[in-house]
Design a protein around this ligand. Structure first.
Ligand code: FAS
Ligand code: PHB
Length: 390
């Protein structure tokens, strides 16, 4: 088998890149170790930056998002029993974010790829990139016990943190940066009315909490939890009780509770691999970087990587230029590190660490008090949250 671009990973970055390549008349094959149904079961991100919305519109897959998505012009910070709104729209000269679940984005991209009739190979075992330091890279994989080979011009690793692409790079050719946070996020989905029309990020001595949503009738809530916790340790009753304790009374009093239909614990880490290109292998999205979800950056960074690598592939095939491909890693990493910093900063300000203690709590509250009363500080938070320019 042969294609121009072999994409490993059928998550949002692989699917979006595949769609943009199809629109440009460039052939691609997407491989994934699981199937589409499994991918759609994952509950992940909820907030899209304006740049992500633009990319989905460019890909021609924004119609349902425009119909069902929730444009948000601000969010609340709560701390010390107080509640303050960060007015994103006024602080950024009109920018907003779009609340529309990653699951829905993936669904829309999967439907589009099917309409395009482009090739995706699911349940592909032992996918491996080869010879990407030369001019003739190829990918191997196994299905039904038979090993197959795909010859290609480029391999794009959209295979997430645990995928084979980054791991195929020789150790002496890659530099890894990592910070693991000493807590996780316990998240639930429940078909109950969200407690607020916008998101609420809560700092509390008991730990962080986040009130989000997927629609006006489906809520997404998170509480910071111990890494020793297991989902079975958290009944719905315990979750709702803990969430109430971490919110100001007027918010807690307005909470609508109900049975959760999804409950999971995600570990938090900051991670960056440098560089993001190795000959004809390009790392995109979670394959190259991971951020704690506090700043709602993970999915959005994957999309800006797709923007940069697509510019390079378009120039290679349509303009016979290598400039944008050669610039990919530098351009992508410049934006990645700013988002990694912002996500680390928000996580550090909002969460309870083992050594936070009473002094650390006061420092966090003082930083938040300064932030919500300073136009300059709020504007800095807002411009990072809506997404820095590509
Ligand atoms: P993905 O991980 O989405 O996709 C990678 C794909 O590669 C998967 O389909 C996988 O099956 C495939 N793959 C892996 N190994 C393979 C192999 N060996 N062979 C073939 N295919 C392979 N971001 C936010 O902004 N907000 C959030 O709230 C948020 N919550 C998250 C919760 C969790 C539990 C996780 C893990 C991540 C969360 N993220 C969040 C980040 C997340 O949204 C990612 O940034 C986003 O999925 C990145 O997309 P991709 O780079 O496409 O990687
Ligand atoms: C979500 O809705 O899942 C979500 C929203 C904002 C975040 C993280 C997660 O910062």
């Amino acid at each position: 088998m042969r294609t121009q671009v072999a994409i490993i990973g059928s998550g949002p970055s692989g699917l979006l890149l595949g769609r943009l390549l199809t629109q440009a008349g460039i052939d691609s094959i997407i491989l994934d170790r699981v199937d589409a149904a499994y991918i759609l079961e994952r509950v992940r991100a909820g907030v899209l930056e304006e740049g992500t919305v633009r990319m989905l519109e460019e890909a021609g897959v924004a119609e349902r998002m425009r119909r069902e998505g929730l444009p948000h012009s601000g969010f609340d910070l709560t701390f010390d029993g107080r509640r303050h709104r960060i007015d994103l729209e006024s602080l950024t000269g009109g920018k907003k974010v779009m609340v529309y679940g990653q699951t829905e984005v993936t669904h829309d991209l999967l439907d589009q790829r099917a309409r395009d009739g482009a090739t995706s190979i699911y349940n592909a075992e032992d996918v491996q990139p080869h010879d990407f330091d030369g001019e003739k890279p190829y990918v191997t994989y196994r299905t039904d016990g038979v090993t197959h080979r795909i010859d290609c011009d480029f391999i794009i690793g959209c295979d997430g943190y645990h995928g084979p692409s980054r791991k195929a790079v020789p150790e002496n050719a890659i530099k890894l940066f990592e910070k693991v946070y000493p807590f996780g996020w316990l998240g639930i989905l429940a078909d109950v009315k969200p407690v607020s029309h916008e998101l609420i990020y809560a700092n509390h001595p008991r730990g962080f909490a986040l009130c989000s949503m997927r629609s006006l009738t489906r809520s997404r809530y998170y509480v910071q939890c111990s890494l020793d916790d297991k989902v079975e340790d958290w009944s719905d009753e315990r979750f709702w009780d803990e969430l109430r304790r971490r919110l100001p009374q007027e918010v807690a009093d307005g909470l609508t509770t109900g049975p959760s239909f999804e409950k999971s614990i995600a570990p938090l880490r900051s991670f960056v691999a440098e560089p993001m290109r190795f000959g004809r292998l390009f790392l995109v999205g979670d394959a190259a970087h991971i951020v704690p979800p506090t700043g709602a950056k993970g999915l959005n960074l994957a999309v800006s990587d797709v923007h940069y690598v697509m510019e390079g592939l378009r120039e290679h095939y349509l303009e016979k230029s290598e400039a944008a491909l050669d610039a990919y890693s530098t351009r992508a990493l410049a934006r990645v590190w700013k988002a990694v910093r912002f996500s680390w900063w928000m996580t550090t300000m909002m969460h309870r660490f083992d050594d936070t203690g009473p002094f650390g709590q006061r420092i966090q509250e003082a930083e938040l008090d300064y932030l919500v009363h300073s136009q300059a500080a709020s504007a800095s938070l807002a411009e990072n949250y809506v997404g820095l320019p590509y």
